[in-house]
Design a protein. Sequence first.
Length: 327
Amino acid sequence: MDSEKFKQLLHRYLSGAASDTEKETIDAWYESFRELDDSEVFHGDAEASRINSQMRERLSGYWNPIRKLGYGKHLAYAAAVLALVSIAWLVHRGQNDHGLTDSNRISAEAGIGYREITTAVRQVKKITLPDSSIVWVNASSRLRIPESFGAAGRELYLDEGEAFFEVTPNPGKPFIVYSRGIVTQVLGTAFNISNYERLSRITVDVQQGSVRVIDTNQRLLANKLTKAQQLAYDLHTGTYITATLTTPNAANWREGTIQLTNASFEEVALAMYNVYGVELKAADRQVDDHQYSVTIRTSHRLDETLRIICSIHQNQYRRESNEVIIY
């Protein structure tokens, strides 16, 4: 049973809607969790103490309402809440152990602080790093910069969205960007990474110099991706392709221009959301399967851009609140 279904079961348990079989499932799971030896769960006493404090803090908000319940319900409620927090922690730990590179895990365990850069719809930010490198952050993005950046190394985390990097050369300290499934390493160059969660792929586009790309399993994807080349990594399958860019500058979005070539409907929808804050929807599968080569400019009004998009495949559109339906 996955964690989401288990949380739904716990909700029914707490509300009294669970069947006898479901109650037995909760009780059995919680009893098995209690029997785990600490050495099987925690690395040491310090970590166990830290997790214990965090769990107590999260649970503290539940104690007052429980006083109105009977003794048996009190115990059941507390056990279920503790189980829920335990599941969340175990899932989080599993992600740390299996979904991150060693560098990610070391940073997390060391308690490194981060400066977080976020952008909203229609917003682009320019950031100058301590080593004089420059980062342009596109709309609807989240970038984390360790407070120790530049001291021991140069590592960044593009958790969501898109960013363009102009890296100051420093052979002694490689510039490394973590973006979900892949890790991009350079010494000094200019490149773009697109890592939006609503898309199934991550792309790395090189404007100058070269970059090295690996995945989180340390598999080499590109030892030397050079100027005007792109690597596209499919997060669902783990496959990737490299190609020559038909658009000279993939980061024209910095100047308010988004150039899409043979783009999927979802890529067009993402661009429209970033520029205009509207959700583009396909009325049917045929529209959703279309590909688009189009230039979207922030200087154009929404209706102008919609007419251009619809003219490609002779479609029409209608607005419904914050949604635009293409049919």
